[in-house]
Design a protein around this ligand. Structure first.
Ligand SMILES: [Cu+2]
Length: 635
């Protein structure tokens, strides 16, 4: 049962994880080799959450994906936590759970202990295996030589380090890939071509490697003598009129729930739940080392488990509050990631201003600030920072910060890469994409909403528009999942407005929030390719579906070694979407053509979107923000 201060979406505690795993083991004691790729809260029914009185008891349950490597079997199990009893146990045939961290950790030994692999490395000039780095690549459904059906596969690439802290991505071993059978813990095949010399330069970026450092940066300090303007109670944050619940999920990472705004004493719902439902990073290089490389970081790698521990004064500045994350490892033990979520406020320039220069020479200006809720994931070579921003004017924004180290490929001296950029001598950074999908279960003043596509269009010259200057908002209601796939249109400043037809503002118009895309690419993999089927979600900027609690992950629950599932399948149900519980799925990201400036470590690249009120309020909701106090300088 929930404690009095708890929220129905509070993640599993360490104790609850242990209870759930113990219940699973006791239910099937004959299965002695079980692994636990996923242990998460079994989300209570949405209606129960909506109707939940704070402090009232609500049953708690856990959902587990359990893998038996001896049988290559996957099970989905639900555990009643109060009774510590298994409620349901289902066999899920034909799927592979995500790649497990322990499988990644085993790669070094598997490769270095395989005589064929050692001989291949020697052919490629690598003789000292002590510091060899082996990276894991998911494999999709491309043909896999030498592996029995149903086995788990990782393709592995190798990088040479000269000392433990050395950046291995500076020296990829070219034209050499190992196919690993994770069930047999063996090298099933070696895919190699002619040896390529190791690139000559190292690529380190720590202080000792890059000095001398510039000396003309003076301190810039954030001081909040009276503390921050937010409060944190359990996993619930209150800031200004906003209230929201946050936690880290093992698959999705940072999850927002129950986002509401207190408007003249009335608490108004905006987001029921928002999280990254999937993300795919496909590489565009056709060589032996790269043609198979695309990763679904959520469904194939458990994105949420890659969250890092943040430290004061570096990742965030000012008055910081942190929340820990407790996630199960694959043996089912709870692990605490301290300071996984950072909560702080940032100054954000001006909120609004007008200088009445003609008659009274008077200016009114207000400062903008935002609440920042963030977490940073490290997935192999890359960092993804997920940042949610809440503003004083009702705007919500999501930003992903992409940084870390670009993926690399060795090329022969003098060779110009066909599908990438030289970032150092003989070092190619192949072109690739980062495509995120945000599942937005919005709830604008209640559960029943409608999505309207809005284009700003100019009208042709004609009656009533004799001068050809007319601009109108062209509105297209998305009525059915048949029309659920939409694309951005920068020329018409296309947005998608989510309205509640049952609640009107003072103009008699339905209240709404609009999704403002920051225009970016969709998937570039060719029609008919393995990846185009598997990453169907990334081929449209927006999808709209009718809410179904089983639909959480845009590429399906098990994209690892799967031919394709998720949004592309679900919309075939052609469910009606008007004045009902709708879910928006927004694909956004970037096509990354690497620059020399991205090496040896990449300055942050930013992608994301905003949610803005449109007639949700009757006027600018930030008029009551007080003017700046005593900190303005005349010169
Ligand atoms: Cu990139």
């Amino acid at each position: 049962m929930l404690a009095a201060t708890a929220h129905p979406y509070d993640p599993l505690t360490a104790d609850e994880i242990e209870r759930a795993v113990t219940a699973v083991r006791l239910a099937r004691p004959e299965l002695t080799a079980l692994r636990f790729p996923l242990v998460r809260l079994a989300y209570p029914a949405k209606k129960a959450v909506r109707d939940h009185d704070p402090g009232a008891p609500l049953p708690r349950a856990a959902f587990l994906v359990v893998y038996d490597p001896t049988q290559a079997s996957t099970y989905e199990v639900r555990v009643d936590l109060a009774a510590a009893q298994v409620e349901s146990w289902e066999d899920v045939p034909g799927v592979q759970p995500p790649i497990m961290i322990e499988e990644i950790m085993a790669l070094d030994d598997i490769v270095k202990n395989d005589p064929k692999a050692v001989a291949a490395l020697a052919r490629h000039g690598v003789h000292d295996l002590e510091l060899l780095q082996i990276d894991p690549w998911s494999t999709g459904t491309l043909p896999i030589p030498g592996v029995p059906a149903g086995h788990r596969v990782i393709r592995a690439s190798a990088y040479v380090r000269e000392f433990p802290e050395d950046n291995g991505y500076a020296r990829p071993v070219g034209n050499l890939i190992f196919v690993i059978d994770c069930n047999d813990r063996s090298v099933a095949a070696i895919q190699e071509g002619d040896p390529i010399p190791l690139p000559p330069e190292s690529g380190n970026y720590d202080v000792d490697s890059v000095g001398p450092l510039r000396e003309d940066l003076r301190p810039l300090e954030i001081i909040q003598r009276q503390g921050p303007s937010f409060s944190v109670t359990g996993n619930v944050i209150d800031w200004q009129r906003w209230q929201l619940h946050v936690h880290i999920d093992s698959v999705e990472g940072l999850v927002l729930s129950d986002v509401s705004y207190l408007d003249a004493g009335r608490r108004r719902s905006i987001i029921h739940r928002a999280a990254i439902s999937e993300m795919v990073v496909p590489y565009g290089d056709t060589s032996n080392d790269f043609y198979f490389r695309n990763v679904f970081d959520a469904g194939e790698y458990n994105l949420g488990k890659t969250v890092g521990s943040l430290s004061l004064g570096c990742d965030c500045l000012g008055e910081i509050r942190y929340l820990d994350a407790v996630l199960a490892d694959e043996s089912g033990r709870p692990q605490t990631i301290t300071n996984a979520i950072c909560i702080h406020e940032e100054d954000y320039g001006i909120l609004w201003k007008h200088w009445n220069f003609r008659y009274v020479d008077q200016a009114e200006v207000r400062r903008s600030r935002r609440l920042v809720v963030s977490a940073i994931h490290t997935i192999g070579n890359y960092e993804y920072g997920f940042f949610w921003y809440f503003y004083l004017d009702g705007t919500i924004q999501f930003e992903s910060k992409l940084t870390g180290i670009v993926q690399t490929r060795a090329v022969a001296p003098g060779e110009t890469p066909g599908f990438g950029t030289l970032v150092a001598p003989q070092l190619d950074a192949p072109n690739h994409q980062h495509l995120f999908n945000m599942r937005l279960d919005l709830e604008i003043d209640g559960p029943d909403n409608t999505v309207v596509e809005v284009d700003a269009v100019g009208l042709p010259i004609g009656p009533g528009n004799e001068h050809g200057n007319a601009i109108v908002a062209r509105k297209t209601t998305i009525t059915n999942e048949r029309e659920a796939r939409r694309m951005c249109d920068p020329a018409t400043a296309r947005t998608w407005k989510v309205i509640n037809p049952n609640v009107t503002n003072r103009f008699g118009e339905p209240v709404g929030y609009k999704l403002v895309p920051f225009v970016g690419p969709t998937l570039l993999a060719a029609e008919g390719s393995d990846l185009a089927r598997r990453a169907e979600f990334a081929r449209s900027h927006l999808w709209v579906t009718r809410y179904d609690e089983r639909e959480l992950h845009a590429a399906g629950d098990y994209p690892n070694q799967h031919p394709g599932d998720g949004l592309g399948e679900w919309v075939n149900q052609e469910r009606d979407l008007v004045n009902t519980d709708v879910v928006l799925w927004h694909t956004f990201g970037t096509s990354h053509l690497p620059r020399p400036e991205d090496w040896p470590i990449m300055p942050c690249e930013y992608v994301g979107f905003a949610l803005k009120p449109v007639g949700f309020f009757d006027r600018n909701p930030s008029l009551d923000v007080p003017p700046p106090d005593g900190h303005c300088h005349a010169e």
